[in-house]
Design a protein around this ligand. Structure first.
Ligand code: ZN
Length: 247
């Protein structure tokens, strides 16, 4: 099988770049989700602190209402003191008044405690709001950057796909089939350049006889170790190391 290495090397370049672009495309939505989560967490903290404040205010109102009711009751008892006929009734009323007054004291202490707690909650609201304000700008910027990257990767992927489509009809069918089969098996890299006398992908030494055949480009030579199509190159190319689980 004669092979046009230029075309098939170009095909591998396109496939590699398309894979890189799709990795970017797959990764970005997750990153955007993480940012949205941070934004949600920030506003939840603010909402929670505000919720605490309204609970605090409601509790204070309830306590104040209770105090008011008991004080009204005490006033009523005091009026009754003038109307009672017996000592026993009088003593009993005094005891009621004393107990009610004790309740008022306890409730008023609770109101003060709630007021002090409100100061802490106020600080919590301030801190949460401040954090939200600080994060908001940088998170929005991060999102814009990611949106931009996403668009770039989409455009790049589309351009590469077009190039690939244009290239495919120029490559003989059986070479294409060999390339595709190897690409599936070899984690995306069907070709491996020979640099010096080594297969660049698996670092296996290539026998001298094979080296000559590869240089002459007379037929397809597969690496005896990793099975990739070997091609001759004089310039050192950046080669991604082979993934460990690929073989
Ligand atoms: Zn190899």
């Amino acid at each position: 099988m004669d092979i046009d290495f230029d075309l098939i090397i170009e095909l591998q370049r396109l496939d590699t770049e398309m894979r890189d672009a799709s990795l970017v495309l797959e990764g970005i939505p997750r990153l955007i989700q993480d940012i949205d989560k941070k934004i949600q967490t920030d506003s939840k903290l603010v909402a929670d602190a505000r919720g605490k404040m309204s609970q605090n205010q409601k509790k204070r109102r309830d306590l104040e209402t209770e105090v008011k009711d008991i004080k009204a009751q005490i006033a009523k008892y005091k009026r009754q003191l003038n109307e009672v006929k017996t000592n026993k009734e009088y003593t009993s009323l005094l005891k009621e008044i004393e107990e009610a007054q004790h309740k008022v004291d306890t409730l008023e202490e609770a109101i003060i405690a709630e007021m002090l707690a409100a100061d802490d909650v106020e600080e919590e609201i301030k801190a949460a709001t401040h954090r939200q304000g600080q994060d908001d700008e940088s998170l929005k910027k991060e999102k814009l950057v990611l949106d931009e990257k996403m668009k770039e990767a989409e455009a790049k992927f589309a351009a590469l796909s077009k190039e690939r489509e244009a290239l495919l009809p120029r490559i003989p069918r059986e070479q294409l089939m060999l390339y595709e089969a190897l690409r599936q098996k070899k984690a995306g890299a069907a070709l491996s350049p020979v640099t010096g006398d080594f297969c660049a992908m698996c670092h296996m030494r290539v026998r001298p006889q094979m080296l000559n055949e590869i240089r002459d480009k007379v037929k397809v030579i597969l690496c005896e170790n990793c099975g990739r199509i070997l091609y001759w190159t004089t310039k050192p190319e950046p080669v991604k190391p082979e993934p460990p689980a690929a073989e």
